[in-house]
Design a protein around this ligand. Sequence first.
Ligand code: 5GP
Ligand code: ZN
Length: 137
Amino acid sequence: MSCIFCSIIAGEIPCHKIYESEFVIAFLDIGPVSTGHTLVLPKAHAENLETGSLADAERLMSAIYTIAPSILKAVGADGYNLGMNHGECAGQDVMHTHLHIMPRTNGIPRTFTKTHPSKEELAATAEAIRAELQKVG
Ligand code: 5GP
Ligand code: ZN
């Protein structure tokens, strides 16, 4: 089975990681709809939420609780969209359960159009988020 997110988790493909626990990892989306757009996923492969464990579903929401405030602070956002594309019919491209945190800022139009920041820009955003996360331990 080939899964790009499992390859990222295994360290075979690089990512701009912002958070990792025993069961969950979060890294920047390579095609963000807004600065700080983050993917949060269980490390255990499952195609969708319900084929994974309930424990992993709960861990995903715990991770959102932990990391979303730091993402908002780091990128100067006021809120966020939380999203999950479940199944091809819903627009799921990567068949490994993941949540999207899409930061939103007052006065900036809310779009779902992908952007293509440079590696350096993504690295700087990830660094800023990690710094905010460190402040809250
Ligand atoms: P989906 O449509 O499956 O909900 O979202 C998959 C997301 O994964 C997309 O937003 C896409 O930009 C992102 N993505 C696809 N390949 C990679 C990758 O190799 N690295 C990272 N960081 N994000 C990826
Ligand atoms: Zn996978």
